[in-house]
Design a protein around this ligand. Structure first.
Ligand SMILES: Cc1cc2nc3c(=O)[nH]c(=O)nc-3n(C[C@H](O)[C@H](O)[C@H](O)COP(=O)(O)OP(=O)(O)OC[C@H]3O[C@@H](n4cnc5c(N)ncnc54)[C@H](O)[C@@H]3O)c2cc1C
Length: 221
């Protein structure tokens, strides 16, 4: 997909060469990340809340209780900024100031739209589950009308978004390359542990393949 031009506020100014605005880059980060952080101003104070998201096409969905302060603030039309980060590695340089991290991150600006159409709401709710555990929708009970009513879903357009990506080894000062100090990248990955069955699980229900073979992202083992 061709990159769209960044807006005044999505133009990456610090290390602009790391900025990306094409939807392929942005979507890949949103789809791999399990959580996002939602920032907004409430009662004149900045607030940031971690939550689960899902992307469907040009829209990022978040869901929550109707009583959630975040949901109430966003449905009132408050400007919102959403951030997502994937941490790919620790970058150990020869000098302390040059230490860094390899990452892929996304920042989205917008105003949320409350999803009221029952079909879109149903699909968005299911998309959140499928985003976290692909394959789960085929097994788990789907939401009832009452459960859907108890849940609020907000949609945020991806029209104004930026990605920033750092890759590669440390960037040391030329004079430091001769120092007898180990330098390089320590990759970090999201790797699942052993599935831990619910104590109330009846005998004979084995963990499905999407649990035993769970992987997060193309870079993870
Ligand atoms: C895991 C991680 C660790 C980091 N550690 C540091 C650190 O220690 N020190 C440091 O200075 N910076 C760090 N950064 C980079 C940081 O996110 C900012 O990009 C940087 O600090 C510049 O901030 P700024 O406000 O000057 O950005 P500007 O370049 O002025 O931001 C302008 C616009 O660029 C976009 N943008 C900026 N940063 C990002 C981003 N990370 N992802 C997506 N879009 C972005 C946004 O749309 C923003 O509105 C880190 C990033 C990550 C993901």
């Amino acid at each position: 997909m061709e990159p769209g031009p960044p807006s005044d506020r999505t133009q990456v100014k610090r290390h602009p060469e790391r900025g990306a605005y094409d939807r392929d880059t942005i979507d890949a980060v949103l789809d791999e990340a399990l959580i996002c952080h939602v920032a907004y101003v409430v009662d004149g104070r900045p607030t940031i809340i971690p939550t689960i998201h899902a992307r469907a096409g040009d829209t990022l969905y978040i869901h929550g209780s109707q009583a959630s302060r975040t949901i109430r603030a966003l449905r009132a039309g408050t400007a919102v900024c959403v951030e997502v980060t994937l941490l790919d590695g620790l970058v150990l340089a020869r000098s302390t100031p040059k230490h860094s991290m390899n990452y892929r991150s996304v920042v989205i600006y917008g105003v949320a739209r409350e999803v009221t159409d029952p079909k879109e709401k149903f699909q968005a709710q299911n998309a959140v589950v499928e985003h976290v555990v692909p394959g789960r929708l085929a097994d788990a009970r789907l939401p009832s009308d009452k459960e859907l009513q108890e849940t609020a879903i907000l949609a945020i357009s991806l029209d104004e978004a930026s990605a920033k990506v750092r890759t590669g080894p440390p960037k040391d000062d030329e004079d430091d390359y001769g120092l007898p100090v180990w330098a390089g990248v320590l990759p970090l990955r999201t790797v699942p542990g052993e599935p831990d069955p619910d104590p109330r699980l009846p005998d004979g229900i084995e963990p499905p393949g999407y649990v035993t073979d769970y992987r997060r992202g193309s870079r993870n083992p």
